[in-house]
Design a protein. Structure first.
Length: 213
């Protein structure tokens, strides 16, 4: 099974596409996701660039409205991903749950949801208590661990080896009825150099252990 396909988007032009090219690239991603049987396509808005925040938001809303029904017809969720601004300003101007939910409200289509990445969002205020309301709006949950002060975008750790309260986050989603995929997303030069089968075995064991905490 294929959980997700990453990434489409870049509607603001920060990834080198014009708006029309970004929309067509997203359509291609939906077609590919459908062929793979993927559950969702993860969307990054693109950085703000020289746009006003209002105009950048308008471009993303327009882009997602262009492709939302195609995704729905293909059985694909579009999962918009907010990212912590420290290392990801070129990727997206969405850096919080609230900003992402406002975007979903503007789009107003059930095929457009949020990608919840614990690495980016674990510092959100009152996060655990908010997860109940996030569950029906979340297309995928991404898990990795990290120290409290990562030094680069590739400074993540395997689940259970950092400071993120993954057990609380994971169990809050499960307890409130989340029934889509959990993805392990470990951007790490050290992990990428490790034996892949060993990493998979470790992640499976770590996930089971976190569910039991």
């Amino acid at each position: 099974e294929v959980s997700s396909l990453s990434w489409a988007g870049g509607f603001t032009g920060s990834r080198g596409f014009s708006f029309d090219e970004a929309v067509e690239d997203a359509r291609d991603a939906i077609r590919l996701a459908s062929q793979l049987g993927a559950d969702c396509v993860v969307i990054v808005s693109g950085g703000r660039e020289t746009h006003t925040l209002t105009h950048a938001r308008r471009l993303v809303v327009m882009g997602l409205r262009e492709i939302a029904q195609m995704a729905a017809d293909s059985g694909i969720q579009l999962a918009v991903q907010p990212m912590h601004p420290s290392f990801f300003r070129d990727w997206t101007f969405l850096s919080s749950v609230d900003a992402t939910l406002e975007m979903l409200d503007l789009i107003g289509h059930p095929a457009v949801t949020m990608a919840f990445d614990a690495y980016h969002l674990w510092r959100e205020p009152d996060l655990i208590n908010r997860i109940e309301k996030l569950v029906p709006l979340t297309g995928i949950v991404q898990l990795s661990d990290a120290s409290n002060s990562p030094q680069s975008e590739y400074d993540r750790a395997l689940p259970g080896e950092g400071e993120i309260p993954l057990n609380e986050i994971l169990n809050a989603f499960i307890d409130h009825g989340y029934n889509r995929y959990f993805d392990i997303q470990v951007w790490s030069d050290d992990v990428w150099e490790s034996d892949y089968q060993e990493v998979l075995r470790y992640c499976g064991t770590a996930f089971d252990a976190l569910c039991l905490v």
